[in-house]
Design a protein around this ligand. Structure first.
Ligand SMILES: CC(C)(COP(=O)(O)OP(=O)(O)OC[C@H]1O[C@@H](n2cnc3c(N)ncnc32)[C@H](O)[C@@H]1OP(=O)(O)O)[C@@H](O)C(=O)NCCC(=O)NCCS
Length: 218
């Protein structure tokens, strides 16, 4: 079953599916990248590429090949930016012409996987304070969402900066129902990403949280 989420920016092209596919969705070069991988990894990789290719066809890019960079990032065809994510249940990809967006980051998480014991590894002190003030019902959603937003930001920024960032190198604030993210690492972070202009969007689909980070070109 294929899905699109109307809540996401209309400027991007998207494809999500719960039906996993196999290596038949891959080119020979793509197949070579997972030749010694296990069954689950092959299904994730192939279905991600399948979604990415479906999303690209919507904007007129056919027969694309998406290889992998040294940071494990997808290498998009010239003129395209995009992102891929997979969970146990759902796989998706979002793409945009590079003249419309600087970059895109997509993440899919299953709610409930982030346990309290993991908070110290994942969340800064202000984030933990924010989470601790929530009701039990909100807590499950926001622990997953904060985690997912950090992952989608990581995938957004990596193709531009080539920087590895840890979870506590970034801090998410939730003010007036809007998410804002700051890079608080002591490493000097390049200032060619205006963090204030980043867009964060998210949607809940059954027990899946899908988050998206993108920056439009002006
Ligand atoms: C790279 C990472 C974000 C992937 O997330 P994940 O939840 O393990 O897996 P997902 O299914 O959501 O995403 C995997 C896809 O992300 C993409 N990806 C992997 N590394 C990437 C990178 N450096 N930049 C952009 N996209 C990347 C790939 O398309 C990959 O799928 P593929 O290998 O089938 O092509 C995660 O493994 C990681 O290394 N996290 C640590 C860094 C981080 O998240 N910091 C948070 C603070 S900024």
């Amino acid at each position: 079953m294929h899905y699109t989420f109307p809540q996401f920016a209309t400027e991007l092209s998207q494809c999500f599916t719960t039906k996993f596919v196999g290596v038949e969705a891959l080119t020979n070069n793509e197949g070579a990248l997972v030749k010694s991988a296990g069954k689950k990894r092959i299904a994730d990789f192939s279905t991600g590429r399948f979604c990415a290719k479906m999303a690209m066809e919507t904007i007129g890019i056919f027969n694309a090949e998406i290889l992998t960079g040294t940071g494990r990032e997808p290498l998009w065809p010239q003129g395209i930016v995009g992102s891929i994510s997979h969970s146990k249940k759902l796989v998706g990809a979002v793409v945009s012409p590079a003249n419309k967006m600087h970059s895109l980051g997509l993440d899919i998480e299953t709610m409930g996987n982030v346990k309290k014991e993991m908070w110290n590894l994942l969340y800064t002190a202000p984030e933990q304070k924010f989470l601790s003030a929530l009701s039990n019902k909100e807590l499950e959603l926001f622990t997953t969402l904060l985690f997912s937003l950090k992952e989608s930001f990581y995938k957004f920024q990596y193709p531009i900066t080539k920087l590895y960032l840890d979870f506590k190198d970034v801090e998410v604030n939730y003010i007036n129902e809007t998410f804002r993210l700051n890079v608080i690492t002591k490493l000097s972070y390049p200032n060619n990403i205006p963090l204030k202009l980043l867009n964060f969007q998210w949607v809940k689909f059954e027990d899946q949280i899908i988050s998206l980070c993108y920056l439009n070109k002006l």
